[in-house]
Design a binder for this molecule. Structure first.
Ligand code: HEM
Length: 231
């Protein structure tokens, strides 16, 4: 179903909803999560570690962006009150969908996906056995028994990440096919049709974006070095 490109008063209009950092980080998750699985299954530990550190950098960037990015990227914008989420599920009008940004359910699903990916990557940093394959860069900071336990949980927790991803994709298919809300196009192009009165976001705040990329990249690099003392 095509959406009107623009509009007169009272009809939906297209606005910019997702900035390039949200979109690029999203589509890199889509590439990196299967790549992390594949490299582990095929014992490509060098790549598993490198891509894991890239994923750490991108997750860090997305978390920073949740505080300093444009409105729709911010946690404060999309983590709505439990009352709003319940009203949304009950289908009460005005409870949030469609709007320029995550709907009340999508906001918490975003938080959950980011948290499970962060948990998985963080465990990977401490995982591994130096006599059998690769170790995470922070492995020397914990004892052998702790590292063994973390490694086991890291392996099993992948299925938790997978479950959240499957749920997420099922929800997107439900919105596209049943509710006729075209979310995927928005995550690709950055724009979607929203009801009158809803405002989109402006141009990318380049200086803030650069600062966030440098900070996130610097953090991932520091972790890759084994988190050496900074003084
Ligand atoms: C490894 C797989 C995936 C992960 C980890 C993932 C993760 C995420 C996260 C964290 C967000 C929130 C975006 C943000 O605010 O930063 C999101 C949103 C979204 N994802 Fe995914 N995603 C995955 C796969 C997919 C796939 C395969 C599609 C569709 C083909 C998809 C479509 C979307 C859409 C449309 C949104 C925006 C939802 C909205 O409008 O509120 N995702 N995803």
């Amino acid at each position: 179903m095509s959406e009107p490109a623009d509009a007169g008063p009272g009809s939906p209009h297209r606005v910019k909803v997702w900035d390039p950092i949200v979109r690029l980080s999203h589509w890199s998750f889509v590439v990196l999560i299967p790549a992390m699985w594949w490299t582990a299954e095929n014992s490509e530990w060098g790549w598993h570690k490198r891509l894991g550190l890239v994923l750490l950098g991108i997750l860090t960037l997305r978390v920073l962006w949740g505080f300093v990015g444009p409105r729709t990227a911010r946690f404060a914008d999309f983590l709505r009150t439990p009352g709003t989420v319940l009203a949304y599920f009950r289908g009460e009008s005005g409870a949030g969908a469609p709007r320029a940004g995550h709907n009340p359910a999508g906001g918490y699903s975003t938080l959950a996906l980011l948290l499970v990916m962060l948990a998985q990557v963080s465990m990977g940093l401490f995982a591994g056995d130096p006599f059998d394959g690769m170790t995470g860069p922070l492995r020397p900071l914990v004892g052998v028994m702790t590292a063994d336990t973390i490694t086991e949980v890291h392996e099993t927790f992948f299925y938790v990440v997978l479950a959240f991803v499957v749920l997420h994709i099922a929800a997107i298919i439900f919105y596209e096919a049943i509710k006729r809300e075209h979310l995927v196009g928005g995550m690709i192009t950055g724009s979607r049709a929203v009801p009158p009165g809803e405002e989109g976001i402006g141009a990318l705040p380049v200086a803030r974006a650069l600062a966030a990329v440098l900070l996130a990249g610097g953090f991932a690099w520091w972790i890759a070095q084994g988190a050496p003392p900074l003084t």
